[in-house]
Design a protein around this ligand. Structure first.
Ligand code: BGC
Length: 741
């Protein structure tokens, strides 16, 4: 009955012949006029089934199902099965007074059933269209489970591999991350949120969560507004401009105010300046965490700060439901503010089409059709291949002639090492591990030995590995970090290879057999101390469901590696954080920047004993073929402000294999009103060239590409000279220049 009346209200809106916006407004206005204050605050409350116990108005403890029935929940996150989702939705629409459907959220951040490579890996493909496609396919599977909202994309820039959550982002560069973040929103949301195979995106974690002090998760973030605007804001902004329906606050404080109560972030910047008109959800219990941050005395105070900052939905803390009514009654929060926030959430439900049909997602038949489709598996394999980065190759790879392969290491048979973090709906038995991939591609030629655990030796393991290597033509070691060491709450103080793995590697190298290392990791690693023991190094990341096949595709030479790093690989821990787009300082170091004892390189900005430069720079990645860049030409050597700059370059595949590469354009603003990075990525193109083929590429730099947060705090251009480099990594040497008049 309740459901029928909501559908009738919906149809009346449509048949009234209004514009779509007015229909939605009218529908939501009508609905809200029937809602009690508690029901409105209920819409602003999200719970996870395991944590859904809140204190009611009379101090009573209420569980999630009771709250759903009494219309006190707007959204539920982390339900585990399509059946649970359907059951909860039925409870909401059939048993609550107004039958308002629930929003079901989940972290579908790199795939749902089919897991794509971790986000940091996919970013190394620089294939923005493939990333968009993977988000679309993830939404297709997720929506079939009944999920209508994903907490993705993560738009946090970071140059600190100690922070485990670098695995969820797109690396250290704002220009690339902005394009990827926008593409992910487009992939999840499609052209129309009302399409039942699209889901809402959520721009997170707003803001600057990727810059925690010392790389420790949840730690304080403090930086100038200028630095924030230049380096951290672009991906959030791009994702919002792409139409993201929701945003999530971050756990950290920012300029001494926790994000969930930060009016500057949530009102001044997000709503007023960026024009965001969707709804904002807090991160998990981030509202009441403001008590521990020391800016709220208790949960009521925390709810007040968050509501005052216009945080529309409280994730899990329960503080809105427990204290929202009192805050209104005491005149601390005006009821019209509650109306505004509740309205933002109901509007999202309207856009999704949930009022028309709360069960439009899911259903057993659709689920069976949607998951593990061939297309999804093919895209997962392709993007995994494109995400991997060949970091070193002394000619050992590809392995096509090798007769016997000793496959060694702790992660060979580990599905988890293929998947990484945030994979709630994964199936280990559908995940292709490295040994399975190798055995399928090199049948009868693979001898598998574990050698050691990730962090511990196993008795006799090294000897067994050495014996296997001696009996083989080549040793392939799969080393690195296990999947569970990336993601949230996984900060590390060293990103060097664990000692037991170093020992295993050294022993295998001592056999004299060629050594290939396949690195599984969710973060850049510091490899200088072991790099001489490695003849070829393929960075596989955590490559997803099809990881084992994708690795074999590259190792065999069926395809050439084509990924390029989106985070610098440091030489050692002490260099962290490290980024290519650093400032010059007043005392820049000569060359690679290294002061050895007795050297005259003193009073320069460098380290004793260790160069400034990373082991592998941003943008770096080798191939089985060779690409030559030449004929760089700025076609517009002098432009006025507001005019585009056009740059042309020729790329030729001079090797013998057809392959893809990523052409990258970097700029430097030579003299500006603020200090500027030594180089900044401002253009890229992933191209595929047949052996011997050449292609001319043209880049157009827009006035925005040349703009930055000037000394006067305006985002705008300045006149002056610029240098430009084009090549296949951030150290590219091919150089030209132009002037903005
Ligand atoms: C994470 C978010 C995530 C949320 C819901 C939090 O712990 O920081 O990224 O979306 O949980 O699972």
């Amino acid at each position: 009955m309740r459901r029928i009346s909501l559908v009738i209200m919906f149809l009346v809106g449509i048949l009234g012949g209004c514009t779509p916006r007015t229909e939605a407004d009218k529908f939501v206005d009508d609905l809200m006029s029937q809602m009690t204050l508690r029901e409105k605050i209920g819409q602003m409350s999200q719970f996870a089934p395991s944590t859904g116990v809140v204190t009611g108005p009379q101090g009573e403890q209420i569980d999630v199902r009771t709250m759903v029935k009494s219309g006190e929940i707007g959204s539920i996150l982390n339900l585990k099965t399509p059946q649970e989702i359907e059951e909860m939705q039925r409870l909401a629409v059939d048993s609550s007074r107004l039958g308002i459907p629930i929003l079901f959220g989940h972290d579908i951040i790199h795939g749902c059933k089919v897991i794509f490579p971790i986000n940091l890996a996919s970013s190394c493909s620089w294939n923005v269209e493939a990333i968009r496609k993977s988000a679309e396919l993830a939404a297709y599977e997720a929506s079939a489970m009944g999920i209508s909202w994903t907490f993705s994309p993560m738009c946090d820039i970071s140059a600190d591999p100690r922070w485990g959550r670098v695995s969820e982002g797109s690396g250290e560069d704002p220009f690339l991350a902005a394009r990827i973040s926008a593409a992910m929103v487009e992939g999840y949301q499609g052209a129309d949120l009302a399409d039942s195979s699209t889901i809402m995106a959520c721009v997170k974690h707003f803001a600057a969560y990727g810059a925690p002090e010392a790389g420790r998760d949840y730690n304080t973030v403090d930086m100038s507004e200028r630095m924030f605007r230049d380096r951290y804001l672009p991906p959030y902004k791009a994702a919002l401009e792409a139409g993201a329906a929701t945003a999530m606050t971050s756990f950290n404080d920012f300029d001494a105010l926790p994000a969930s109560g930060n009016e500057w972030l949530l009102k001044t910047l997000l709503r007023d300046e960026l024009g965001f008109d969707g709804f904002v959800v807090s991160d998990y219990r981030a509202v009441t965490e403001m008590i521990k941050h020391g800016v709220a005395a208790d949960a009521k105070d925390a709810a007040f700060l968050a509501m005052r900052a216009c945080l529309d939905m409280d994730m899990v803390s329960g503080s809105y439901l427990s204290h929202g009514e009192a805050l209104v009654k005491e005149g601390l929060i005006p009821e019209k503010e509650i109306d505004r926030m509740c309205r933002n959430i109901l509007m999202a439900k309207y856009r999704l089409g949930l009022f028309e049909d709360p069960f439009r997602y899911g259903g057993a038949e659709r689920y069976a059709e949607a998951i593990y489709r061939d297309e999804t598996l093919d895209v997962a394999r392709e993007i995994a291949r494109e995400s991997m980065v060949l970091l070193k190759n002394d000619g050992v790879l590809p392995l096509d002639d090798a007769k016997e392969i000793a496959l060694i290491g702790p992660f060979l048979s580990s599905p988890r090492a293929m998947l990484g973090s945030w994979t709630a709906f994964r199936d280990y038995d559908r995940t292709v591990t490295v040994d399975e991939g190798f055995k399928a591609r090199f049948p009868g030629r693979v001898h598998v030995v574990k050698g050691c655990e990730a962090f511990a030796e196993v008795s006799g393991g090294v000897n067994e590995a050495v014996r296997a290597a001696k009996n083989a033509d080549v040793a392939v070691l799969v080393l690195g970090f296990p999947g569970e060491l990336s993601g949230e709450a996984a900060s590390m103080t060293t990103v060097e290879l664990p000692e037991c793995q170093k020992k295993l590697l050294a022993a295998v190298k001592a056999t004299g057999k060629p050594v290939v290392v396949i690195l599984t990791t969710g973060r850049p690693m510091a490899l200088e101390s072991v790099i001489d023991n490695i003849d070829a190094l393929l960075l596989a990341w955590h490559p997803g469901t099809m990881g084992g096949h994708a690795i074999a595709d590259l190792v065999s030479g069926d395809y050439s590696p084509s990924g390029h790093l989106t985070m610098s690989f440091p030489r050692c821990d002490g260099q962290i954080p490290i980024r290519y787009n650093h400032k010059n300082t007043g005392r820049p170091a000569d060359g690679i920047g290294l002061r050895t004892p007795g050297s005259r390189k003193i009073y320069q900005s460098c380290y004793l004993m260790t160069p400034n430069s990373p082991l592998y720079p941003f943008g770096y990645g080798l191939s089985y073929t060779e690409f030559v860049y030449d004929s760089l030409e700025v076609m517009t050597p002098a432009v006025h402000q507001g005019e585009p700059v056009r740059v042309r370059v020729r790329v030729t595949n001079v090797g013998s294999m057809d392959a893809a590469t990523v052409a990258q354009l970097y700029l430097r603003d030579m003299v500006a009103s603020t200090t500027r990075p030594v180089r900044e990525l401002k253009g890229f193109r992933r191209i595929f060239l047949k052996s011997g083929e050449s292609q001319e590429i043209e880049f157009t730099l827009t006035p925005d590409d040349l703009s930055f947060c000037r000394a006067d705090m305006k985002f705008a251009q300045e006149s002056g000279d610029f240098k430009v480099w084009v090549g296949d990594n951030s150290d590219a040497l091919l150089e030209s220049a132009f002037t903005v008049l």
